[in-house]
Design a binder for this molecule. Sequence first.
Ligand code: XMP
Length: 519
Amino acid sequence: MNEQREGPDTILVLDFGGQYAHLITRRIREQKVYSEVVPCDLRIEEISSILPHTNVKGLILSGGPSSVYRDDAPNFDPRILETSLPILGICYGHQLIAKEANGHVKPGEKNEYGITYVTIDNPIAILQGQGKTEKVWMSHGDAVFSLPKEYEVLAHSESTPVAAFRHRSLPIFGLQWHPEVVHTEKGTLTLRSFIFDMCRCKPNWLVGDYVEKAVREVKGIVGQDRAIVALSGGVDSSVAAAIASQAIGKNLNAVLIDHGFLRTDEPEAVKSIFGKFEMNLLVLDEKDRFLNRLRNVTDPEEKRKIIGEEFIRSFERVAKEIKADYLIQGTIYPDRIESGFKKHSEKIKTHHNVAGLPDVTSFRAIVEPIRDLYKDEVRMIAQRLGLPSEIWARQPFPGPGLAVRVIGEVTEEKLSILKRADRIVTEEIEKAGLKRSLWQYFAVMTDTKSTGVKGDARVYGYTMAIRAVESIDGMTASFPYLSHELMERISSRLTNEIPEVVRVVYDITNKPPATIEWE
Ligand code: XMP
């Protein structure tokens, strides 16, 4: 574990299923220290082999929804407490370390949820530089009430006697609150103290280095053979394509499948943008096949699975024709998280470029060169690679496209209405100058019909929803304030220009609890 490798200093986040495990890694990466979420039951022998090109300098045990006393409570290899690596337990992780040390953990007198004030009893180690009282963000039921004498209490709150601790001679720390959540005022300071002072990490993770690593990886896997890259024109697949192109040059073919669920003029736009690069680009018209397969299908997960399967079959056909053995695609980290790749977290939805793929494909391998990156990191890389702003500033668009924005069965009629609506929403929001400040904005074709009156006559037509969100990485999102004038313009245009639409609603749900896409 002491051998110094070429790669970046790294903090592993052992994932106990907390919704914030990924946020911890993001906050650490913001400090230019590499971090990845790994399964919580990582064994001591695996610490140095799980990420072979990095130097693991510390471990964080994340929060989680369980209670340490439940029979099925996820646990960790207790031997990791005997390594010389600094360890920080957060929330559930804090309670687990306390339990392992024979401390007293039990349900607190009252749950602490949200903003809480803690008293810092000893501002040292991970709490150095902090005042007597600090505003923090808590979310827990169980609490640590006491610890054996090898441990020292560093902070307490009204309901939690041991809200922060350290081991007196080993680099082991615990925090009942969440330093990764922005509402914890000194959260960044706390994480910095842990990663730089306790773990002695160097800030040597540069997103830019990732390109070289990814190019090397693609070259290593594909070698002299041919590959295709799945291109949608979005930032993820464009970056994957640019990396793959650097890696294997002429042996790469970019393939855009027009499944019929793209926005108006999108295939043409992608063709024109990528026409400027030296890349072989094939656009396949597969509209009828996809629509036929979705006939009578209303379940969102089934839709996603079918689209994932059809995608891969289309790619296989092209690959066979041009004798390519590998498929490269732009899966990113949140796609994997939300598709349920983590052991103790819930599957939210099947992102088509991950779990939506069938188990058996004819490809020798599916290569995902940017699978460890968050969206904002992908955008940074896109800029570094010199991709035009039409690509890196583009709003994200789901792989299954408009099919997951048509609720219920996808039909040609509904798709045509949605395409017109999407264009109106996009035009108006962009005219209002909100293009850069919003993460996404689009129309959703609901399956609710309702009564209206147009030109003195009763009409029975569709309800269109407008979805707009602000977000940093798509993992959480909030709906923005849109002025009445803007909403009115959108509503009038939708009902005036699209005869089938009689009602317009604005989606006022954050993520969580709602996801960004409706399906
Ligand atoms: P949700 O709806 O899960 O979406 O809150 C989070 C972000 O991911 C996009 N999204 C997808 N992207 N393939 C993708 O490449 C997919 O299957 C997919 N589903 C959702 C969504 O637009 C949002 O930005």
